[in-house]
Ligand binder design. Structure first.
Ligand SMILES: [Zn+2]
Length: 398
């Protein structure tokens, strides 16, 4: 009897050991992927929807035709997010009503899948891609109306005889909106120099100074993605430029390298890059790993086709050349590292010529010292300004 009981005990213990060693069943609850935010930005030609899940997951999407048989007289685009659950504070319905989309809806499709449905009013095209850390799915929707809406020309004021035409008169009315994007901000300081100078403070100062300079000559609007020390996600900066119908987008940054000797200026457009330095820089500016940069490049081929690559290259050359010339005229040892391509999140999906300027190295002791001097900053601003204006004057002829 005692023997039998002992045997039973051993069997029970073994069973328990086997049970404990089995992996726990994988459910959405275990994955911890929560759809906790859906944001959108829009104008009548463009809507960007951002679904934040925090952790990386798989998703699928499909565009559905109108289905009058179930009383749905409009097209729908749905995104199924795997191994996810709805966040408790996520509204089930998000009205948009911008002419492209009626709104977005989110629901727990089955125990492992969150489905986000966009109810479509009228769209021409859409692009969907993911950005990482935190993981978010971005849907860019463009409108059919976008092809028809043209900026209506208004009568131009005629300059008085003998008077120099204003910059806006020279540029014509084609150029109305310039968006400046001071990199980083708030909880994200960007690169930090040996003296403690923070990239976010330098880029904000440069952005404000450039806005002032542009405003004195340019009648259109100069919009900044931030003009205080605040954190703005990268995809939101792009969305601001697109929803404001910007003609030009300039993201301002200061470079950094583990090599203290690295110096100079360089200007980027969105592209796939085989240059390890450029890829590392993109990872740092994206606040991601280089692995995420590779993931992004995988989908970038498709996105680059729609990007204004030629215009962006011309803008980048104008800005880089003018910046280098301006700085070299006043400071010694200025180096131009040229125009390059790299996969920067902030440039993904922009609808206008867009560049990212690295206007010195904060990690270089000489350049960090210079970046604390107002005159040096003004020289950078004048250089970028000259570059933007040269590009705009040139592009007007096209
Ligand atoms: Zn930066």
């Amino acid at each position: 009897m005692r023997l039998t009981l002992r045997r039973v005990g051993i069997v029970l213990l073994l069973t328990l050991a086997v049970f404990l060693s089995l992996p726990a069943p994988r459910t959405h609850a275990a994955s911890g992927i929560v759809v906790d935010e859906i944001k959108h930005w829009s104008n009548p030609n463009y809507t960007r929807i951002v679904i934040t899940t925090g952790k990386k997951t798989k998703y699928t999407h499909r565009l559905l035709k109108k289905d009058p048989s179930i009383n749905v007289g409009w097209r729908r685009l749905y995104v199924d997010i795997a191994k996810a659950r709805l966040g408790p504070n996520l509204p089930k319905k998000i009205p948009i009503n911008d002419g492209l989309l009626k709104g977005a809806r989110a629901g727990q499709y089955d125990k492992d899948t969150v489905r986000v449905v966009l109810d479509i009013e009228s769209i021409e095209d859409y692009k969907i891609f993911a950005l990482e850390e935190p993981y978010r799915i971005v849907i860019d929707v463009t409108g059919e109306k976008g092809l028809l809406i043209k900026k209506t020309p208004e009568p131009q004021p005629v300059p008085a005889p003998g008077a120099e035409p204003s910059l806006s008169q020279q540029l014509g009315l084609k150029v109305k909106v310039i968006v400046l994007d001071p990199g980083h901000g708030g909880k994200d300081p960007g690169a930090i120099g040996r003296d403690g100078l923070k990239e976010k403070d330098v880029t904000l100062r440069l952005g404000k100074m450039l806005r002032e300079k542009l405003k004195t000559a340019f009648d259109g609007s100069v919009i900044m993605t931030r003009d205080t020390d605040v954190f703005i996600p990268l995809e939101e900066r792009t969305a601001i430029a697109n929803s404001k119908d910007a003609d030009v987008f300039v993201s301002i940054h200061i470079n950094a390298s583990p090599k203290r000797t690295a110096t100079g200026i360089e200007t980027y457009i969105l592209n796939i890059s085989h240059d390890q330095e450029a890829r590392r820089l993109a990872a740092r500016e994206n606040s991601t790993s280089t692995r995420s940069v590779s993931d992004l490049e995988f989908i970038l081929n498709d996105l680059i086709k729609t990007a204004k690559t030629n215009d962006s290259s011309q803008l980048a050359s104008s800005v880089n050349n003018n910046l280098a010339a301006n700085l070299s005229g006043k400071y010694s040892g200025i180096k131009s590292n040229g125009v390059k391509g790299a996969p920067f999140y902030v440039l993904v999906g922009t609808k206008m010529p867009s560049i990212l300027v690295e206007a010195s190295f904060i990690s270089n002791p000489t350049e960090e010292k210079r970046l604390q001097d107002e005159k040096y900053l003004q020289t950078i601003v004048d250089g970028i300004y000259n570059g933007i204006i040269e590009y705009l004057k040139g592009s007007k002829r096209v």
